[in-house]
Design a binder for this molecule. Structure first.
Ligand SMILES: Nc1ncnc2c1ncn2[C@@H]1O[C@H](COP(=O)(O)OP(=O)(O)OP(=O)(O)O)[C@@H](O)[C@H]1O
Ligand SMILES: O=c1ccn([C@@H]2O[C@H](COP(=O)(O)O)[C@@H](O)[C@H]2O)c(=O)[nH]1
Length: 219
């Protein structure tokens, strides 16, 4: 990964929304963002980029200067400094687009950016330096259901943050830091809200219907 400063010193975004469609995917920990993204990839041809997955990969990358910082933040449910995450996302988008151009070419890129932005500074920086987002998919789920899902996932996930103590901290971060991001986009009329409480198939039907209504059948 290159040194962090580039994203901080740019005046225009790397990608135009005319060429690249970005949907942010937000929701509390365990709301089912990853589960729904996998289905949207199949039906809408998105590339799925999970900010958490990119951070976990960077954490274990040999030679990374951010490994220890990322490990501590994830265990603690706190937010990694935005320069790191924005740069990882921009790199992943560039790699994806380069791979498409090297292949069939011409196709417009569309990305689901999952679990990001989690904080207002990330939202501003990403839209200013990388690409303005078309809209936000928000999966709304009560804490007791999210906790049940995460504790169940924790039996096999191997994730350092799928335990009762980390989950409690992640919920606090979500309420205090990430919900204001959802509220911000809601005020701008850019949020599609989906009830994520039902079973995955039902959540997906609702998601698909709402997304198609906004983006159109030919998206
Ligand atoms: N609608 C659902 N009903 C019941 N279980 C679900 C549902 N959606 C996802 N799950 C399960 O809940 C767990 C969390 O789902 P998932 O990983 O998709 O959530 P997430 O929002 O991406 O979580 P995180 O923010 O922690 O990465 C998984 O074990 C998944 O199989
Ligand atoms: O933009 C981001 C996204 C994630 N994090 C950290 O990663 C963990 C896990 O994220 P998941 O989306 O649940 O995989 C999250 O709790 C944060 O600690 C981040 O710092 N910034």
């Amino acid at each position: 990964m290159p040194a962090v400063p580039p994203v901080a010193s740019k005046t225009s975004p790397t990608f135009s929304p005319n060429d690249v469609t970005v949907l942010f995917v937000l929701g509390g920990p365990g709301a089912g963002k990853g589960t729904q993204c996998a289905r949207l990839v199949e039906d809408f041809g998105f590339t799925h980029l999970s900010a958490g997955d990119l951070l976990r990969a960077e954490q274990t990358r040999e030679g990374s200067e951010f490994g220890a910082l990322i490990r501590d933040c994830i265990k603690d449910g706190s937010i990694v400094p935005m320069e790191v995450t924005v740069q990882l996302l921009e790199n992943a988008m560039k790699d994806t687009i380069a791979a498409v151009r090297g292949g069939s070419g011409g196709a417009k890129a569309r990305f689901l950016i999952d679990g990001f932005p989690r904080k207002m500074d990330q939202a501003f920086k990403f839209e200013e330096a990388v690409c303005p987002a078309r809209l936000v998919l928000f999966f709304d789920c009560p804490e007791d259901e999210m906790e049940r899902r995460l504790l169940e996932r924790g039996k096999t996930s191997g994730r350092s943050d799928d335990n009762a103590d980390s989950i409690r901290k992640r919920f606090r971060t979500f309420v205090e830091t990430s919900m204001p991001v959802v509220d911000h986009y809601e005020k701008e009329g850019r949020v599609i809200k989906v009830d994520a409480t039902p079973a995955p198939d039902a959540v997906y039907r609702d998601t698909q219907a709402k997304l198609t209504k906004v983006l159109g059948d030919n998206f």
